[in-house]
Design a protein around this ligand. Sequence first.
Ligand SMILES: *Cc1c(COP(=O)(O)O)cnc(C)c1O
Length: 360
Amino acid sequence: MNINVTKPFLPPLAEYHTYLQGVWEREWLTNNGPLVNELEVALKERLDLDHLLFVSNGTIAIQLALKALNITGEVITTPFSYVATSSAVCWEGCVPVMADISPLDFNIDPEKIEAKITPHTSAILATHVYGNPCDVDAIEAIAAKHGLRVIYDAAHAFGTRYKNRSLFSYGDVATSSFHATKLFHTIEGGAVIARDPAVLKRMAEMRNFGHISPTAFQEVGINGKNSEVHAAMGLCNLKYLDDILRVRKSLSERYDRNLAGLPIQRPVSRQGTDFNHAYYAVAVEDEALLLKIIDGLQLHNIFPRRYFFPSLSTLPYVSTESCPVAEDLSRRVMCLPLYHTLSEEEVDMICRLIKRYIRY
Ligand SMILES: *Cc1c(COP(=O)(O)O)cnc(C)c1O
């Protein structure tokens, strides 16, 4: 059996089936159905948020955020994220301008942001990489000083709390992904969270083609809705969230103990973080060693992933100054397998192999 970087969490089939029975009885599959509503309410309660909308995926979530905040021109963003962070900016007709990351937490470095601000800048789009909080206070201060909007790509941040608040509650808008590979998932799906209820209302209209009534359209919209069967998966999975968080923490701590003393680098969490352990990332000395380890693990059917490679500053459709920290890190970092059904013995085996390849 393969050990992949991740495996989707699957609830007991009977529990999912119970929700499907209700869907069949109601014959209501999509368009803001009762399960979508129930999931939104449950998520708001669980995460202690005032507003949240369930949308079709985490990429559309970023696009809705950019649109609803009237973002145009240049968006200062991070080169160390999944490609959707940059591509969504381009897709919305804006220009991504990369500010390099901090070598400590791998998140956008606030000190690099200010130098990139021009009269065309309208927003900062930062990713809480691996679920670790960005320096939200410094970013907030820069945004306030220069009149910029802040959007967080919080696709990894489900369950992380920072200063006793959900990480989703920071920024003008936070977006998330509930894709099958993420810690909490709805198969495909995502969410937008907004500080200002008016922005949330706008995104609610935009996700439904811009309808404000069956026959009236306020402005241009898109199909950003999600369905009853996706919401049902979320409602099933949400019941297991405490369990999911607990297992990931325990497996991550096992990795920590096994890998202690090796010449590897791990992202540092800032003080006040209650981390969700969404990913277990390690950076090694250089790309040659990384590839040696990846090849060696593959021989044992173990498949870590190069999250994130390449640095988004090197994308062919992004023209930006180079970001040396991100470009260096992305060449030598990977995420190790971490999922609910991964066993402690498997973690030990992965670590034994890594040690062998690092030493020889
Ligand atoms: C997964 C992910 C996305 C995209 O989410 P989808 O739901 O797959 O569209 C965006 N940003 C980051 C950082 C991600 O990890």
